[in-house]
Design a protein around this ligand. Structure first.
Ligand code: SAH
Length: 225
């Protein structure tokens, strides 16, 4: 008998959702410039395959965006890692607001790195599925809201960081009002095909924008569905 041949492919580390597949993803993120070891460790531990449809699970640790239904996508792992890194830079972040829960994957990544994650989603079906995942996986520090998140979530403000995971041509200034002066806002801004990942910081002396690079996100839309 071949040694180890009675193990399932997952247990043997050969499966597409195995720890080894996750480790390969982490190596690819590292090669592509992700430097924050805390972020890399979390990307290696969160089971991304449990945030997508089972039929796509074998692709969960490819560095690519995947459909999650209702014309939405779970972001590419590199983008999740880069946005998380950009959010953590420059200060302790305890309370974070995410706009665009989608699958819940980005919120789960954040939940390992900060104390409280508040996340808003405008599509009821998606936010319900994400809530179920947070419960099942034991993410008790993720707080969900079903609403149009373009004006944030005032009730729990101020936040140490706000992350928007859908793109708008312009953001509502209300978001900056919900940030602490030491906070950061990370968001993709621009029209499809010309979006830039932006970061605003330095609130006590006037918010300064910084361009982090080109990205491609689904649009930030108004109202609920
Ligand atoms: N962070 C998500 C990525 C989801 S894609 C993940 O990790 O899977 C962007 C999400 O933003 C979609 O689910 C979309 O429905 C949602 N969205 C778009 N406009 C929104 C708005 N105004 N308020 C809240 N969510 C919004």
């Amino acid at each position: 008998m071949i040694p180890g041949s009675r193990l399932t492919p997952e247990a043997a580390g050969l499966g597409m959702t195995s720890p080894r597949a996750r480790a390969r993803l982490v190596e690819s993120l590292r090669r592509n410039g992700i430097r924050d070891e805390r972020v890399l460790a979390v990307m290696g531990s969160v089971p991304r395959h449990l945030f997508i449809d089972e039929a796509l699970a074998s692709r969960a640790y490819e560095d690519t965006a995947l459909p999650i239904g209702r014309a939405q996508t779970i972001s590419q792992p590199w983008v999740v890692a880069r946005m998380t890194e950009a959010l953590l830079e420059g200060g302790p972040r305890s309370k974070v607001l995410e706009i665009g829960t989608g699958s819940g994957y980005q919120a789960a990544v954040l939940a390992h790195l900060v104390e409280h994650v508040y996340t808003v989603e405008r599509i009821d079906e998606l936010q319900r599925a994400a809530r179920r995942r947070f419960l099942r996986l034991g993410y008790r520090n993720v707080h969900c809201r079903y609403d149009d998140g373009r004006i944030g979530w005032a009730e729990h403000a101020p936040y140490d960081a706000i992350m928007v995971t859908a793109a708008a041509s312009a953001l509502d200034p209300e978001l900056l009002r919900q940030l602490s002066p030491q906070g950061v806002l990370v968001a993709p801004v621009g029209e499809p095909g010309a979006q830039q990942l932006m970061r605003w910081s330095g609130g006590s002396n006037g918010w300064q924008p910084e361009v982090l690079g080109a990205v491609s996100f689904v649009p930030l839309l108004g109202g609920t569905a």
